[in-house]
Design a protein around this ligand. Sequence first.
Ligand SMILES: [Zn+2]
Length: 88
Amino acid sequence: MTTTMTEPEMTCHELVELVTEYLEDAMTASERERLEQHLAACGPCVRYLDQMRRTIQSVGHLHEEAIAPAARNGLLRVFRAWKSEAPG
Ligand SMILES: [Zn+2]
């Protein structure tokens, strides 16, 4: 058991990487908590998660092809633009 006092804030990039594990319930409780904390403060990620959930529902299960690299990169670009506009 590790006691990390300062858990770094999850980034959008991290969330995109972890979203499959989140939806498949394959992450630890602390990871899930960090992810949900990020979701609470990040609208674009909530939409992304929602989109992924629909994708999984439509294909029945999750596979790597569900996340096209181009789509993922485009999404991260949107996040980056959005972040640069945000103060701080
Ligand atoms: Zn985010």
